[in-house]
Design a protein around this ligand. Structure first.
Ligand code: SF4
Length: 463
């Protein structure tokens, strides 16, 4: 059960029922952000609708968003406050026509961008870095969108997958690091062929679309009536896809890099079983994020997978309280437990951040009769905060910076605790250190962090 918060989901559509499809796609991306949602469409004029809350609430009474092009966005605030004015998408009137921009990621040099747009007399209304990106496209030099996006890429440091609604098509941009995912899909109906962009491919079935491929790192495409145009490729020195998309953020039924996220998580579980075997009778998961990894552990170890913790799906987000009694109460609200009498248990979870939920979970399992608990974690130890769009925790709050696994086991009242290695993770995701961001495990950031942090210029994702 991760204490990590996702960042945002973005959608772009060109074709029939564009806004309806965009909103349907957003529903499938609700896990990426629950604070606000919005959509914009174009029929010669821009139409927008956005508000705080879950997508059902924001689009409970469908607004009139006409036209055959649309973008949509849901937000978890990784930068800027959680208030309505920070809800996306963000609109701008430019000399190339109106735009509406939806952004997934985090810009670390927002102050510098604020200064840059101020030189052109623009004052952001919000504290969102996404509004700054829309303003950058307004003030950037160039008489075409690709030149302006190149200007943006030269000045903005951080991560960004964008969908940008313009008068002549919807543009999809993946930052040169390829830090956040973005996929391209299509459908055909009686009105002809349509095109879609989405943070994750799990959005496409709800939109009536099928996945074609990932947008490549640095790739800029435009979907418009008549097809997909490749506008160009942004220069990149390296790639750095976020390993946490595979570990926790993306939905298991999404396909990223040609592989289902479920399959990748099973491979992580198999690596964990190889690296950290345990004598046990049953493998159980902390649902839902530990389930695929637990299945992989069970398959590789030959120990049966079993249901243990039953999640109460009607309990919303639980904010972990400082006292043990309060944590125990919240965990009991969130999970029921099946009998585990006399069983030695391997408990698989996706990650340990602050480490304050595993003690009450282990307590529950012991009460259900478990005689041994071996905690296995499908991410390496997390030592460093994320500056690229995942709301994790501060350096001081991360438990791995304070105690080793033996001490964690004592604290959780487990018999052992072990994490997958960075090498095991890379094998499971079929990535390399050169094309994957592993910074929260290794402290080696794919963007220059040290001097910015020292100079106080770094806008970290707030914990
Ligand atoms: S630091 Fe961690 S969470 Fe952030 S982008 Fe890198 S791998 Fe993802």
């Amino acid at each position: 059960m991760s204490k990590i918060h996702d960042e945002c989901g973005v959608i772009g559509v060109c074709g029939s029922n564009a806004a309806d499809r965009a909103v349907m796609g957003l529903h499938a991306l609700q896990h990426r952000g629950q604070e606000s949602a919005g959509a914009a469409s174009f029929d010669g004029h821009l139409h927008t609708h956005k508000a705080m809350g879950l997508i059902d609430r924001v689009f409970g009474e469908p607004p009139s968003l006409p036209g055959n092009m649309a973008v949509a966005h849901n937000r978890y605030s990784t930068s800027g406050k959680s208030v309505g004015i920070n809800a996306g998408p963000f609109t701008q009137e430019t000399d190339l026509g109106p735009i509406a921009l939806a952004h997934n990621g985090n810009i670390v040099n927002a102050d510098a961008l604020r200064q840059l747009v101020a030189e052109s007399g623009l004052v952001p209304h919000s504290t969102s870095d996404s509004e700054l990106l829309a303003m950058m496209l307004k003030v950037a030099p160039g008489d075409g969108w690709f030149q302006r996006i190149q200007f943006l890429a030269t000045h903005a440091v951080g991560s960004y997958s964008l969908t940008i609604l313009t008068a002549d098509g919807v543009i999809g941009v993946r930052d040169p690091l390829g830090n956040r995912p973005l996929s391209l899909g299509t459908w055909t109906d009686s009105n002809g062929q349509g095109w879609a962009l989405a943070s994750e491919s799990c959005a496409f079935p709800l939109m009536g679309a099928t996945l074609i491929r990932d947008i490549a790192p640095g790739e800029v495409v435009q979907i418009r009536e008549g097809g997909v145009i490749n506008l160009g490729r942004l220069a990149a020195s390296r790639q750095a896809f976020c390993a946490f998309e595979y570990i926790y953020i993306a939905r298991p039924d999404s396909i990223i890099g040609g592989r289902s996220v479920h399959e990748v998580r099973r491979a992580m579980g198999a690596e964990l079983a190889d690296e950290h075997p345990a004598n046990a009778d049953v493998i159980i998961a902390v649902p839902d994020s530990g389930t695929s990894g637990a299945l992989g552990y069970a398959e590789r170890s030959g120990i049966p997978f079993g249901e243990g913790l039953i999640k109460n799906r009607y309990v919303g987000r639980t904010f972990i309280q400082p006292s043990h009694a309060e944590r125990q109460r919240l965990i009991r609200m969130k999970f029921g437990v099946l009998p585990l009498t006399g069983k030695r248990v391997v408990l698989v979870d996706d990650s340990i951040v602050r480490g304050n939920t595993l003690t009450p979970i282990c307590e529950l399992l012991k009460e259900a009769g478990a005689t041994e608990i071996h905690v296995r974690i499908a991410s390496p130890r997390i030592h460093d905060p994320c500056y690229l769009g995942v709301d994790m925790a501060s350096h001081e709050e991360l438990i791995a910076n304070h105690i080793h696994e033996d001490e964690m086991a004592r604290r959780f009242d487990a018999d052992s605790v072990a994490h997958i290695s960075v090498e095991g993770l890379l094998r499971a995701i079929r990535g390399t250190k050169a094309n994957t961001c592993l910074a929260c495990f290794t402290g080696e950031y794919p963007i220059e962090i040290g001097s910015r942090r020292a100079a106080g210029q770094l806008e970290a994702v707030p914990a």
